[in-house]
Design a protein around this ligand. Structure first.
Ligand code: UTP
Length: 294
């Protein structure tokens, strides 16, 4: 196989309404909710950078300007901090190289597939990554992040890749599920994809998690604007149509996924990441033990 084209662009669909987090998300984008002290979008952009991705394309909507502000230089803040002799390094990850953050607008939230299609002119004729920032993917300590694992696999097999993880069978009907073919270590050939199948019909318990590497042809499929489950234009349906004409694999993520689009997942992520931190883990553990003793 020829070396596949490198993945240099990533699309971050952030135009959803975040209704499960209302009223918190009335004026603040869901992607700006913080796990300890980093907003969700920052975790996703850091993961993209670790995977060698250079251009971040945010698909935004009304009320999402805070996301773009987050990656801008806050001149007054920096000036005040340095006058007070404060450490500015905490702001370092929020600095973007000029031109590497691009926004496009999804005027009406017609679904994830539609949000991706809104980025077609910037993606152009290149393979690209997709990150759903409310799915927080944390690699093992000392290991690599989810997208780095996917890019490494992509460099071996090319084509399209999705990240998957196994869930208890009774939970599959809340997710997109793969119909698995041959397995080669962490890679599984994908023969089909089904969005939210009834448990009895689910072809596996491997669910699609929020990271993708797709070939630009997916934009042509999305162009048809066909509606699927929930009356939304679904990315899963567009990807399913590409299986057979292009290589399609799933990568089982070696790490932990937190569904921060749900309240329980968000609380779990907050606790787990706080417990792991050197600067506060011991205190958080003691705090949790005190609370549980009551
Ligand atoms: P979700 O299904 O989590 O929807 O979208 P949501 O609106 O963010 O949250 P709830 O369900 O109302 O609480 C998955 C991802 O797709 C984006 C969302 O921003 C999120 O990153 N999305 C979804 C769009 O950008 N546009 C859409 O039309 C739909």
């Amino acid at each position: 196989m020829n070396t596949p084209k490198p993945i240099k662009k990533a699309v971050f669909p952030v135009a959803g309404l975040g209704t499960r987090f209302l009223p918190a998300t009335k004026a603040i984008p869901k992607e700006m909710l913080a796990i300890v002290d980093r907003p969700l979008i920052q975790y996703a952009v850091d993961e993209a950078r670790e995977a060698g991705i250079e251009q971040m394309i945010f698909v935004t909507g009304r009320g999402k300007t805070a996301i773009v502000e987050h990656f801008d230089i806050a001149y007054e803040l920096e000036k005040t901090l340095s006058e007070r002799g404060k450490d500015l390094s905490v702001l370092e990850p929020t600095r973007a190289t000029p031109g590497d953050i691009i926004t496009v607008r999804q005027q009406v939230p017609l679904g994830l597939g539609h949000a991706i299609w809104c980025a077609r002119a910037i993606v152009g004729d290149e393979p690209f990554a997709i990150f759903l920032p409310d799915e927080l993917m944390i690699g093992k300590v000392g290991g690599t992040g989810c997208m780095r694992q996917m890019v490494d696999a992509y460099n071996e097999v090319g084509g399209n890749l999705i990240s998957v993880l196994e869930v208890p069978r009774e939970d599959v009907s809340s997710y997109g599920v793969i119909d698995p073919g041959a397995e080669m270590g962490a890679l599984t050939e994908v023969r089909g994809l089904v969005e939210k199948p009834p448990v009895a019909d689910a072809p596996s318990n491997k669910i699609i998690s929020g990271r993708y590497i797709l070939q630009p042809e997916v934009m042509r499929v999305l162009e048809a604007q066909e509606k699927g489950a929930g009356g939304e234009i679904q990315l899963t349906d567009a990807m399913a149509k590409m299986i057979g004409s292009q290589p399609f694999h799933a990568v089982t993520f070696d790490g932990k996924r937190y569904d921060c689009g749900s309240k329980l997942g968000f609380v779990e992520a907050t606790l787990a990441l706080a417990l792991e931190r050197e600067d506060m883990g011991a205190e958080v553990r003691a705090m949790a033990e005190r609370l549980l003793a009551i």
